[in-house]
Design a protein around this ligand. Structure first.
Ligand code: NAD
Length: 497
């Protein structure tokens, strides 16, 4: 296949492209037709350890870490330029690997370019801070330093986008990294490591390992030479990483799952709310951490709202992400579709109603892909697993409410707290509700927008820490206080004659 003809199949460790230490490989599958796209190295724990040690050595050498902010910014900007230059190739590679529409992949690449540009701009901005010392004849200053060696672990739903949120701030601050993309979708990350090699970083600053987290991931949170584990993925994996990082009190940054409410008041612009409920719930076939999978709609408009949603869903075009008419691609894998199907069965057992979808499409040309029909589930309440657990598929549930207080209570009734939406034409009500929602992001009369300048992250079990914005840079920095005594004299606390 032309697109992957020259792509490396290897890992990038200590400045070299290397096979797995046991020569193992893994087939990367196109979720649209189950064809093998390419076979790449399947790394070992030994490979990851080598990468961590290379990162440690490079960081301690300080060749990159001690560069000026200006030089680091230039490097990160050079990566941004490469992303722009290779936009089309990278977008196509992402669609091939994930099944998402090409339009979405192009949007991802533009966002990724912006992420690198934003952090490039921040690299030389922090000049430290002088403190008014209360001790006479002292000078006191606060400086920020790169946190050190960072292991970075990403999921399969937004492979390169999630990687960019980690790589850009790490390189802007001067950290050394060991990146492990999802074993299911490593292709764009491999390509960007090739592009970063062209930009040029000292040996050991950027390392890429490949393979299944279940087999090689543990060392990334247990190794004593790691200063920060930055993880994006599922809740259970996040909990495991958090427990393991405790051994060496390693810093953690966790971006985990969500079960995001979308509150629709009866005074909302009906057409906009229906349209955004579809965007929120079905974007990338619902495989989005911030998917608006819990629609909470005022009882006075609930029946009309359900009908309008279902009518629009009948028109959705499923298919090949490379076709410009396609609106909804396949799910990522057989195992994942089994999981989504399993949740629909659970919903039925719990007494909910499958109002539309809930099954695989019958269309002949979709049989080889992991497709699942967009699904609306009604007659739900918060006691149900279908309302509480992350399905990560094109599945939305609908609950009704009567009062503002009830809407807020339902929306907050979740272990998660990643994001939520509020639709109403009453701006005071919108802001009142936004303030009461225990979530890292709240959209008013919109769903899904995020950008490099604003922080992203979760309350409650949706995570710890923030990516993007200047908060995203902070994750990669340590804070140090330096005090200088300008008239140093003996203090004679001890042993005074
Ligand atoms: P996952 O937890 O199964 O895997 C994520 C990554 O962790 C993969 O690279 C995997 O190989 C690795 N991994 C697995 N076990 C590991 C271990 N013991 N140690 C280290 N790494 C390990 O998640 P997934 O199925 O790839 O992704 C979907 C999940 O990601 C969803 O829950 C979604 O909500 C979440 N997500 C969150 C955000 C966010 O910003 N909060 C963004 C995207 C995805």
């Amino acid at each position: 296949m032309e697109l992957v003809k020259n792509l490396s199949r290897r890992q990038f460790i200590d400045g070299e492209w290397v096979e797995s230490s046991n020569k193992a490989t893994r087939k990367i599958i196109n979720p649209y037709n189950q064809e093998v796209i390419v076979e790449v190295a399947e790394g070992t724990t030994e490979d990851v350890e080598r990468a961590i040690l290379a990162a440690r050595r490079s960081f301690d050498d300080g060749e990159y870490a001690n560069e000026t902010g200006e030089v680091k910014g230039q490097k990160v900007r050079a990566v941004a330029d490469k992303i722009k230059e290779h936009r089309e190739e990278l977008a196509k590679l992402e669609t091939l690997d994930t099944g998402k529409t090409l339009e979405e992949s192009y949007a991802d690449m533009d966002d990724i370019h912006n992420v690198f540009m934003y952090f490039a701009g921040l690299a030389d901005k922090d000049g430290g801070e002088l403190v008014n010392s209360p001790i006479p004849n002292t000078e006191s200053k606060i400086v920020k330093e790169p946190i050190g060696v960072v292991t970075q672990i990403t999921p399969w739903n937004y492979p390169l986008l999630q990687a960019s949120w980690k790589i850009a701030p790490a390189l802007a601050t001067g950290c050394s990294i060991v990146m492990k993309p999802s074993e299911i979708t490593p292709l764009t990350t491999i390509r960007v490591f090739e592009l970063m090699e062209e930009v040029g970083f000292p040996k050991g600053v950027i390392n890429l390992v490949l393979g299944a987290g279940a087999d090689i991931g543990d060392i990334m949170s247990t190794h004593k030479d790691v200063d920060l584990v930055s993880f994006t993925g599922g809740l259970q994996t996040g909990k495991r990483i958090m427990r393991q990082a405790a051994d060496h009190v390693t810093n953690i940054a966790l971006e985990l799952g969500g079960k995001n409410p979308n509150i629709i008041f009866d005074d909302a612009d009906f057409e906009v709310a229906v349209d955004q409920a579809l965007n929120g719930g079905l974007f990338h076939a619902g495989q989005v951490c911030s998917a608006g999978s819990r629609i909470i709609v005022h009882n006075d408009i609930k029946a009309d709202f359900e009908k309008a949603l279902i009518d629009r869903i009948h028109n959705i075009k499923m298919g090949d992400g490379f076709e410009s008419s396609t609106e909804l691609g396949p799910l990522i894998s057989k195992e994942h579709r089994d999981k989504v199907e399993g949740y629909v069965e659970i919903a039925k057992e719990e007494g909910a109603t499958i109002a539309v979808g809930g099954k695989r499409p019958e269309r002949e040309d979709l049989q080889d892909g992991f497709f699942f029909e967009p699904t609306v589930i009604t007659d739900c309440d918060t006691s149900m697993r279908i309302v509480q657990e992350e399905v990560f598929g094109p599945v939305v549930t609908i609950e009704g409410f009567d009062t503002e207080e009830e809407a807020v209570r339902l929306a907050n009734d979740s272990i998660y707290g990643l994001a939520g939406g509020v639709f109403t034409t009453d701006i005071n009500k919108a802001n009142r509700v936004a303030k009461k929602l225990r979530m890292g992001t709240v959209w008013i009369n919109d769903f899904h927008p995020y950008f490099a300048q604003a922080p992203w992250g979760g309350y409650k079990q949706s995570g710890i820490g923030r990516e993007l914005g200047h908060h995203g840079l902070e994750e990669y920095l340590e804070t140090k206080h330096i005090l200088t005594n300008t008239q140093s004299e003996p203090v004679h606390w001890f042993g005074k004659q």
